[in-house]
Write a protein that binds this ligand. Sequence first.
Ligand SMILES: [Fe+2]
Length: 420
Amino acid sequence: MTVTWTSGYSIKEAMPFVEWGHEGGSQVHLSPAGTLTFSRNSMCGSPARTVGWRDPGYIHTSFLKELWPDSLYTYRLGHRLPDGTHIWSKPYSFRASPYPGQDSLQRVVIFGDLGKAEIDGSDEYGNYEQASLYTTNQIIKELDSIDMVIHIGDISYADGYLSQWDQFTAQIEPIASSVPYMIGIGNHERDWPDTGSFYGHNDSGGECGVPTQTLFYLPAENRAKSWYKTDYGMFRFCVANSEEDWRAGSEQYRFIEECVSSVDRSKQPWLVFLAHRVLGYSSGSWYEVMMGTYGEPMGRDGLEELWQKYKVDLAVFGHIHSYERTCPIYQASVCSSQTFPVYPYLQIIIKASRVERDFVSFCVRACRAGACRTDRTATSAASTRRRTSSSSSAAPASLPSGTAYPTGASPGTTTSDSGS
Ligand SMILES: [Fe+2]
């Protein structure tokens, strides 16, 4: 387990460490922490380098190793001062991950685009993330039944106003101090012109990834690239960085292939691809109007090949601030032996909730009804019908009348369309 925190102590002023042990046990372990920081000059532009700059203090990271699977641990953060006295945090606790391959239950919450907000409703820069409080409060309320959180990009929306990282990390601390809080990189962390990001926009406010890649430890071979793989219980997560090139032949593409091909499916039967930007296949009006149904398709064909070849179970994206899901799609079609191999679907149907079973059944029915292609004509017609209907579950034009979507399960059903 990795523990990261921020303080005002450099290593010349105090030695950072974590004191930890089995809950209720007598043995106490001490693990030293490494210390990083970053400077104004490592910012790529304004406001991060100018009016938004704030000294981040020191970021400490410690690794608690050789944990007993599924065991409860307590820990606290310490700083040893030169006179031998200590500064202590309050105590925290976490449960260690299950042994890889152990038949066990994992409950993983995945979302993108969270941000932060003032709990008293005060105005602030980028004051459009009030809903983040609902999300964090709900997760905190249900924390006893959550094993892991993955935040796939657009983390704090500090956008170059660095004090907002403190506000964000304070908001998520009850979560991140208790369960693994993994992140991916989004445009609001990384994008800045002429700094190597795939998109040359100024969405990061001059941060160009530096605060994110210092504040959050990622198990990445190259911290600046920020793509990585991680196993948790019965999951293998391949977390890509959509703000770097991932087209076939790129360095990241090679990493993704290595990630999806190297997993031992007897231990991690669930193989999940995560990234910030959506790889097209959206029928949402924002993408459809602004960018075409297949917005941002860069590299999609190549990635699809990998997902198909190595039988990726699930791909989840953020960025669009909407909830939307699709039937299985391969090469713009939902209907082929490639998208409906029998065995995996039997597995899903057996293991899934009733809502999921209904959704799979819907996809099979849609396929049989001829709603195979996900081309713009079909989805545009579906969107038009949605906009003119009082129901959010209108069927695509190519489905025969009377073929109903399960509630909330239509491919392309969106709850909102805004932002990125
Ligand atoms: Fe985004």
